[in-house]
Write a protein that binds this ligand. Structure first.
Ligand SMILES: Cc1cc2nc3c(=O)[nH]c(=O)nc-3n(C[C@H](O)[C@H](O)[C@H](O)COP(=O)(O)OP(=O)(O)OC[C@H]3O[C@@H](n4cnc5c(N)ncnc54)[C@H](O)[C@@H]3O)c2cc1C
Length: 423
């Protein structure tokens, strides 16, 4: 009886899961496992919890949904909290698994876990997260174009996006220990009440992710106006809000792409439908940037090794975090992030620029606060965008946003500033 251990990471879904698909092809029985990695439950060097309350809640809901889906396929989910490199080999031995199947990650802390695991057990990796499979890039990763536009033009011309795989009918597993998934409180954290001003009542899991995709494309056809509305600030539908589900892998980027193509064939094809694919290419671009530049995306000088003198004044940073800088547009966005775990792309660009260029603070403390607070934190999108904002990333120019003018343009009547005003 050949058994494989399926280690779920940021791929909390059964459909279009390449690791699951390969495990089912190779093995008669599958042992599905999720480890809540202790290193993400700790505190970072700036004193922020690495996983703040919004994302933790979303993650636990996603696991609940995954467990329900596995049960419906006659399997289950083993859940543990601790260090994957210590727990997984033990489980592999206990359940007599020949190999671990999992998604590939692209950043150094995740890669360190992979290395430690490989020393003890056979591991096979699969690219579940990017839309474009790295093997389908028209250049070696060391030759990744530095500028997004050059990357985009090449992949649009030469790369195919693979079709998503359907969820398996059945997943055979032996009798597994029944997992009692913890609540936020069980993990010693305080839960957060939803803020009625928030853009969306986010709920974790592949089921809710599929619902959101259906809502945005098919039920409301918001996709048709995406390019015109995507710079909005208030409400559920100015942009897709797919990011939180993408970050945990509840939704696959390939699935979104395939649905957009179907929409283009069945409803309409316009600049907005193209723009959704365009934005998903940004997401890929930052993943490949991380693959190419390794640890540099986390360093003060970024991928350019630029020497800049970054300041760090805790009181200044705290005012930024609390939405108390005195710049009403920045403050409104920062309060939204603090109270809901979400902020629009327009807001993120402005507050990042403000922290770095107006307040002159180290971009890494801003990135760390986002890491802690964002419900949709994705390591490569976050750090890729932050180095870009700080002028140490892929953009040849320093991108300084005039937050007053941005407020006049994108919050013309002040509704957003009023919504998130000091009250
Ligand atoms: C400083 C800063 C930090 C950011 N941190 C994150 C992060 O941790 N996680 C994250 O998912 N996004 C991050 N973004 C990118 C972007 O702001 C969010 O993806 C977007 O606001 C999420 O809302 P949406 O799903 O409605 O986006 P939509 O506008 O509907 O876009 C659809 C999808 O395209 C992708 N996308 C769109 N814009 C970007 C972008 N600039 N970079 C990468 N992917 C993009 C996302 O996957 C998004 O879900 C950051 C941007 C900035 C400026």
């Amino acid at each position: 009886m050949k058994r494989g251990l399926l280690w779920f990471r940021t791929d909390l879904r059964l459909a279009d899961n390449l690791a699951l698909h390969a495990a089912l092809q190779d093995c008669e029985e599958i042992i599905p496992v999720y480890i809540l990695d202790e290193q993400w439950l700790g505190t970072d060097r700036w004193g922020f919890p690495r996983t703040g309350p919004f994302r933790l809640q979303f993650q636990l809901e996603s696991l609940q949904d995954l467990q329900t889906q596995l049960s419906a396929k006659q399997s289950d989910l083993i859940f543990r909290c601790g260090h994957p490199a210590a727990i997984l080999p033990e489980l592999a031995r206990e359940y007599q698994c020949d190999r671990i199947y999992c998604s590939k990650e692209y950043t150094f802390e995740e890669i360190a876990v992979e290395r430690a695991l490989e020393e003890q057990v056979e591991v096979s990796y699969f690219h579940n997260s990017p839309m474009i499979h790295p093997d389908d890039l028209p250049f070696a990763i060391e030759k990744l174009p530095e500028v997004f536009t050059n990357f985009r033009k090449k992949v649009e011309k030469y790369s195919q996006i693979r079709s998503p795989l359907p969820a398996p009918e059945i997943i055979s597993s032996p009798t597994l220990e029944s997992a009692d998934l913890p609540s936020v409180q069980d993990l010693g954290r305080v839960g957060v009440a939803p803020d009625p001003r928030g853009v969306l009542a986010f709920r974790g899991g592949a089921t809710a992710g599929a619902d959101r995709l259906r809502h945005y494309l098919w039920d409301t056809r918001q996709l048709s106006d995406y390019k015109e509305t995507r710079n909005g600030l208030i409400g559920a539908d100015y942009s897709s809000k797919f990011s939180a589900w993408l970050a945990q892998g509840c939704l696959s980027a390939r699935t979104i792409y395939a649905e957009v193509e179907r929409y283009e064939a069945e409803v309409e094809k316009n600049q907005s439908t193209y723009w959704m694919k365009f934005e998903l290419l940004w997401r890929d671009f930052f993943k490949f940037t991380a693959m190419r530049y390794g640890k540099k995306i986390f360093l003060p000088g970024g991928i350019k090794d630029k020497t800049k003198n970054w300041n760090y004044r805790p009181e200044t940073v705290q005012r930024w975090i609390d939405g108390a800088t005195g710049d009403a547009f920045v403050d409104a966005n920062m309060r939204e992030l603090k109270e809901t775990g979400f902020m629009s792309n327009r807001g993120r660009q402005n507050v990042a620029s403000y922290l770095v260029h107006q307040l002159g603070q180290d971009w890494r403390v801003g990135a760390a606060w986002f890491e802690s607070r964002l419900i949709d934190y994705d390591v490569t999108s976050n750090y890729g965008n932050w180095i870009y904002a700080a002028g140490v990333g892929n953009d040849p120019r320093d991108r300084v946003f005039n937050t007053q003018r941005q407020a006049e343009r994108y919050d013309e009547h002040g509704d957003y500033r009023e919504l998130w005003g000091e009250g």
